[in-house]
Design a protein around this ligand. Structure first.
Ligand code: BGP
Length: 486
């Protein structure tokens, strides 16, 4: 619907906030009956070299599960939000955030995933968290699956590759939608669902050693099952709680052409389509034609049940959420693996600086991607991850002067405001890692994102005490002035 009035800045109800994920933040990863998830297997740092996302074997998984008794292992599982949630939510209340994004660990509620009776201790934990958030007037933004599928489903049936996992997941979603009705308004289905093409962490599918096209066949089939499960969850939520909303969640990786050469522009268009394929299915409700060509090229055939296409078309999501860290570059001479590699590292753009981990920093790219997503889908958008992973040092005065993080956040928030003035319907912004937590790609603490520092090192040593960084007061003022004082 065309809007003739031009906004001048952030809407009054803009959801300023912060984001986390159970496997990187909660700790207590086997407490009170919780099962082991895919993320907890992947996250064991010393196994990471052998267990990068595409080369995990069942033997590696057995080793990681056996190692799980390693006393360091639990500390790598986050920063103990499980026991410190009241302290952390009080800090978020002081910060003044309107929304806090967290994920439910499926394995706290159904430890193996295939049980029919939920684990009450798991349900009760999130009840306490949501009740405390309600006291503070902080809206939960809840991710149903953040790389945290039960490892039991991988070991028994190769995870999401087996269609039976749809029913298990939708038993979990129905359980939590009913349990938390009235407490949670904003739900997200699968975190960065597009990264399922990179391997194990998203779908729990073990395909180590297979030829690339065979790996893609398994991954896209597993992702199809997630699309169906996401659509069923959307239908369930609308029936259980008509006042609640559910969104897709994409790792948005805007791809630029390396040169104005039309061959490079076409290569960038394809790379972008392989990213937007996921929101095409979840927001438009159907597979796009350009994927027929891609699937044919790779010999991929998606096995759909008769009812699948109708389920997808009838149950598109209510909003589109995404993470934004970088943009990438590709050219006609890049192979697909190299393009995927560029996505993981941010490619090579001579006009952009990079973080300590090589992720290229592109604030204007956020405005570009906001306008493109709004123009393509015309549904409300929600940035549910953005931030700077950096090494934070405690200075001689005992403080953490993270001006580099303030600069990064300011530059991206400025571009969000420009996009809103361009006419984009942007619901909110939950910066990633609002309180320091474990980095997913590195399994380490040293890649810090928060406005609150947590005393824990890469080996899991430390008091876990929390300390405000300089960026805490800065972000607090941004929120208090609704983004006018940057
Ligand atoms: C995204 C994940 C988050 C978080 C973030 C930062 O891909 O959705 O869970 O990990 O990346 O990346 P990292 O932790 O690897 O620095």
């Amino acid at each position: 619907m065309y809007k003739s009035t031009m906004p001048t800045g952030f809407p009054e109800n803009f959801l300023w906030g912060g984001a986390t994920a159970a496997n990187q933040y909660e700790g207590a990863w086997q407490a009170d009956g919780k099962g082991i998830s895919t993320a907890e297997v992947v996250m064991k740092a010393e196994k990471r070299t052998e267990m990068n996302l595409g080369n995990i074997t069942l033997a590696d998984i057995e080793v990681a599960i056996a190692d799980a008794t390693d006393e360091n292992y639990p500390k790598r599982r986050g920063v103990d939000f499980y026991h410190r949630f009241e302290e952390d939510l009080a800090l978020m209340h002081e910060l003044g955030i309107k929304a806090f994004r967290l994920s439910l660990a499926w394995t706290r509620i159904f430890p193996n995933g295939d049980e029919t009776t939920p684990n009450e201790a798991g349900l009760a934990f999130y009840d306490k968290v949501f009740d405390k958030m309600a006291e503070y007037g902080i809206e939960p933004v809840v991710t149903l699956s953040h790389y945290e599928s039960p490892i039991h489903l991988t070991v028994t049936r190769n995870g999401w590759l087996d269609r039976a996992t749809i029913a298990d997941f939708n038993r979990f979603t129905e359980t939590v939608f009913k349990r938390y009705k009235g407490k949670v308004t904003y739900w997200l289905t699968f975190n960065e669902i597009n990264t399922g093409t990179f391997g194990f962490h998203e779908t729990g599918v073990v395909d180590a050693g297979l030829p690339f096209d065979e790996q893609l066949q398994l991954r896209y089939q597993a992702l199809h099952h997630q699309f169906v499960a996401s659509a069923i969850a959307t239908k369930q939520l609308h029936e259980i709680d008509p006042d609640a909303q559910i969104g897709s969640m994409l790792a948005r990786m805007q791809t630029y052409a390396a040169t104005p050469n039309p061959a490079d522009v076409q290569a960038a268009q394809l790379a972008d389509e392989l990213n937007l394929f996921f929101t095409d299915v979840q927001v438009r409700g159907e597979y796009p034609e350009y994927m027929n060509r891609y699937f044919a090229t790779h010999g991929i055939k998606i096995d759909m049940a008769a009812e699948d296409e109708a389920i997808l078309l009838a149950n598109p999501v209510d909003f589109l959420s995404f993470s934004y860290y970088m943009t990438t570059v590709t050219s006609a001479t890049d192979g697909e693996a190299e393009t995927l590699g560029n996505m993981a590292t941010g490619g090579r753009n001579p006009y952009l600086a990079a973080s300590d981990w090589g992720w290229q920093i592109d604030p204007v790219g956020l405005r570009i991607t906001l306008n493109e997503l709004w123009d393509r889908y015309r549904v409300p958008l929600f940035i549910v991850e953005n931030g700077l992973g950096a090494v934070d040092e405690i200075a001689a005065d005992g403080q953490i002067h993270d001006q580099y993080r303030i600069d990064y956040l300011r530059q991206h928030i400025e571009q969000m405001r420009e996009a809103i003035i361009d006419g984009v319907d942007l619901m909110g912004y939950t910066m990633w890692g609002i309180i320091d937590l474990v980095s997913f790609s590195t399994s380490e603490m040293s890649k810090r994102y928060g406005v609150v520092y947590v005393d824990q090192d890469d080996a899991g040593n430390g008091t876990l005490n929390r300390q405000k960084k300089d960026s805490f007061a800065w972000y607090q003022h941004v929120i208090a002035t609704n983004g006018t004082a940057l």
